[in-house]
Write a protein that binds this ligand. Structure first.
Ligand SMILES: [Zn+2]
Length: 421
């Protein structure tokens, strides 16, 4: 169990980037009391410090909010991805394998992650209770998918069991109702659906439609009626992207073939794009990937390269998500560099990974910025990400990670306390 964060802490002498998109503060500071941000601003202007406050000199490095990855799969292994291997594993083994990945993700600077298929309420509780170090988790349990869609990992000749760790099948609004209520009953914080086919599902293509608009609308309505839960749509081809946006989803995941028609609708409705460029830019391993998956992946990487920068240029709201699990775990902040390569400003990319991601998750009142009253999720990163955003993607540059005021990584011993978690 992490010790409760009782000692007040003043992190000072850093470049403060608070996640709001406001001007960075040179020689900035953050005061953390009881796991909460009490104050943030120029060091010279800090308020009176509570008795016993520990002062931590961050030596000119950068103070940032903890990052938020809106698209991970803790149950999936990374680049050596094979659904056949996953399907053959006992559930308990998948869970044990997820534990070090969760730690790795936290140490990469991600203090909150949304798992869009594979992790269940046990993963979330293991972190909440302090049993395992990891990012605060939001879970979708499994991806809902039509038969033969992106959540249907059966080989074409296989007519056997339909549900798997990652996918759960439903066809038509009536079955969609049952399926969405099923994942909500299992504690889903959000709902993941397949609005198109995908790369790793054996019997479809990324531009095949998944759920149709009436099915998607059914799901978004039911989710909204459960304390405003949001729906994330895996959507790669243009037709499915449009079905998803018209059906009322909160985010288009991947969005590789996004076009002006979809962009117009998303701007009108405030729909987020989570472009998962980390996985888009990860080359498939020809030794591991099935030939059909390899061919799909190579083609759709190019589709993403041509369409995503246009969506960025037109100002679609972007939240950071990596699809780590399909891409390698633990280097999540590479995504920020990819976003800048697609035309975002470094500050825009930092917002996508903090305050904008918090908006998408419905948690902007708790996380995503370093403002009074927010949870004290704080990252100290080496150097200045506004001049070298790519440095954040190398975990050795993430010097300190604090979640709810508790340090989980402290490579230089800045806190003066050993980290043994
Ligand atoms: Zn995914």
């Amino acid at each position: 169990m992490p010790a409760p964060a009782t000692t007040p802490v003043l992190l000072h002498n850093g470049l403060l980037i608070d996640g709001t998109g406001g001007e960075p503060v040179k020689d900035g500071a953050v005061l953390v009391v009881d796991g909460t941000v009490r104050w943030a601003g120029p060091s010279a202007a800090h308020p009176g410090l509570p008795d016993g406050t520990r002062r931590i000199d961050v030596r000119g490095d950068t103070i940032l909010p903890g990052f938020i990855d809106c698209h991970v799969h803790m149950a999936a292994p990374g680049t050596s991805m094979s659904h056949a291997e996953i399907a053959a594993m006992p559930r308990s083994l998948l869970t044990f394998l997820a534990a070090p990945r969760m730690k790795q993700t936290l140490e990469a600077g991600v203090t909150t992650a949304r798992d869009l298929g594979g992790a269940d309420a046990g993963h979330r509780r293991a972190v909440e209770s302090g049993l395992l170090p990891g990012p605060r988790l939001l879970i979708a349990v499994a991806m809902l998918s039509p038969t033969g869609g992106h959540g249907d990992f059966r080989a074409a000749h296989d007519d056997g069991a339909v549900d798997s760790t990652m996918g759960r099948l439903a066809d038509g609004p009536a079955e969609c109702r049952r399926a969405v209520r099923g994942v909500l009953r299992q504690g889903a914080d959000c709902v993941k659906i397949a609005a198109t086919g995908g790369v790793w599902s054996p019997t479809d293509q990324p531009d095949d439609d998944g759920f149709l608009e009436d099915e998607i609308r059914t799901i978004t309505d039911i989710a909204a009626g459960h304390r405003g839960k949001k729906v994330a749509a895996h959507a790669q081809g243009r037709g499915g992207i449009l079905n998803a946006v018209r059906g009322g989803v909160a985010s288009v995941e991947h969005g590789y073939e996004i076009d002006d028609e979809a962009i117009d609708l998303m701007l009108e409705r405030g729909t987020f794009l989570v472009p998962t460029l980390t996985t888009a830019h990860t080359d498939p391993d020809p030794a591991k990937a099935a030939p059909w998956a390899y061919a799909k992946k190579k083609h759709w990487q190019e589709v993403a390269r041509t369409h995503i920068p246009h969506a960025v240029e037109r100002g679609v709201r972007v939240a950071m998500g990596t699809d780590c699990g399909i891409a390698e775990h633990g280097t999540n902040l590479r995504e920020l560099g990819h976003l800048v390569d697609c035309g975002m400003t470094p500050m825009g990319a930092l917002r996508a990974g903090t305050s904008e991601a918090a908006e998408l998750l419905g948690l902007a009142h708790e996380i995503g910025t370093l403002e009074p009253g927010k949870r004290a999720d704080v990252v100290i990163a080496r150097g200045n990400p506004l001049t070298d955003i790519h440095a954040l993607g190398r975990p050795e540059n993430i010097l300190l990670v604090m979640k709810d005021g508790v340090a989980y990584k402290d490579v230089d011993g800045l806190t003066g306390e050993p980290i043994s978690r």
